[in-house]
Design a protein around this ligand. Structure first.
Ligand code: GTP
Ligand code: MG
Length: 302
């Protein structure tokens, strides 16, 4: 059988996590319309079976969007993405717009890609919003570089061309072992998925700077046969942010908690009692210790 690792790389918000979920067929990475949603590398496992036998296994590594960091968390995120380039057998580079000068983020990533010898696939995502002319322009620009082994357009939201992409990745893998059991789709623990679901709702319900300064810590996680009790601390950076998260009469936080609980119940298949409360940790995004304590650890990579 063929197996290997495939890294999903690109600027923030181009659809990397959406594409990962679409390839795996389940939601394992949170995805929102806000840039810098993903903070850790996230592994998603795809195993192709034929007549009950595994024929290929692709271990995807979804990465934080590569951007110019404004704080230590941002540096950690970008470093985690860049170091993934050295650990994978195939690179998927996602873009969603033409390579114009103002878009120097993609140029920066291209320079990084040049240093890697792994086969590279250019994924032009969001084809539903791009239009044929712009698509041709993007295609032409990247084809002329001669560094991509394959170029295709996708609509990650609707799963368009995801089957073609999976085939093209598999073609570029070598013979290798099963890294994970065939029914496993991620190696992230449930607790992490739970904290991410809560963070996703915070991103969805809050605007501007507030959600970017939020971290979720699971303080209690108690499972019984019919019920999971979860206590989650939501950290933010300022007193004023705390007020915004809680909202008038606690309404905002209630809404966030309810929508998170419903999704966690679906994930775990049990009833969930979710307790949330908000704490303040000033400027934690610039504190190495806080960043590490929240689980954004360089040693988690790979
Ligand atoms: N119209 C359209 N929207 C898409 C497509 N793929 C992703 N999106 C949307 O684009 C936004 C960003 O998606 P994500 O998957 O979170 O993007 P990301 O690249 O993982 O972003 P970061 O984690 O912040 O780097 C979300 O609102 C998605 O629903 C697509 O093919 N078409
Ligand atoms: Mg993401």
């Amino acid at each position: 059988m063929k197996s290997g690792f495939a890294g999903i790389i690109g600027r923030p918000n181009v659809g990397k996590s959406t594409l990962l979920n679409s390839m795996i067929g389940e939601k394992i990475a949170i995805a929102t319309s806000k840039p810098q949603t993903t903070r850790n590398t996230i592994r998603g496992i795809y195993t192709r079976m034929e007549d009950g036998e595994p024929k290929a296994q692709i271990v995807f590594i979804d990465t934080p969007g590569i951007h110019k960091p404004k704080n230590k968390l941002g540096s950690y995120m970008t470093d985690a993405a860049i170091s993934t380039l050295n650990e994978v057998d195939v690179i998927l580079f996602l873009v969603d717009s033409p390579l114009e000068d103002k878009n120097s983020g993609d140029r920066y990533i291209l320079e990084l890609l040049k240093k890697s010898e792994a086969p590279k696939i250019l994924v032009i995502n969001k084809i539903d919003t791009i239009g044929p002319e712009a698509f041709q322009r993007i295609y032409g620009e990247y084809e002329a570089m001669g560094m991509f082994d394959f170029i295709l357009g996708t609509n990650a939201l609707e799963g368009k061309n995801v089957d073609v992409l999976l085939e093209e990745i598999e073609k570029r893998l070598e013979e290798g072992p099963m890294y994970f059991p065939e029914d496993m789709i991620t190696d992230d623990p449930e607790r992490f998925l739970v904290s991410e679901i809560i963070r996703e709702k915070l991103l969805l319900y809050l605007d501007e700077e507030v959600p970017h300064g939020v971290a979720v810590e699971i303080e209690e996680y108690e499972e019984s046969e019919t019920m999971t009790r979860i206590r989650a601390a939501i950290y933010c950076e300022k007193q004023s942010h705390k007020g915004i998260i809680i909202g008038k009469g606690g309404k905002k936080l209630k809404g966030i908690g309810k929508s998170a609980r419903l999704e966690i119940e679906a994930l775990l298949g049990t009833k969930v009692y979710l307790e949330t409360f908000v704490k303040i940790k000033e400027n934690w995004r610039d504190s190495d210790i806080a960043i590490r304590n929240f689980g954004y650890r360089p040693e988690r990579q790979g």
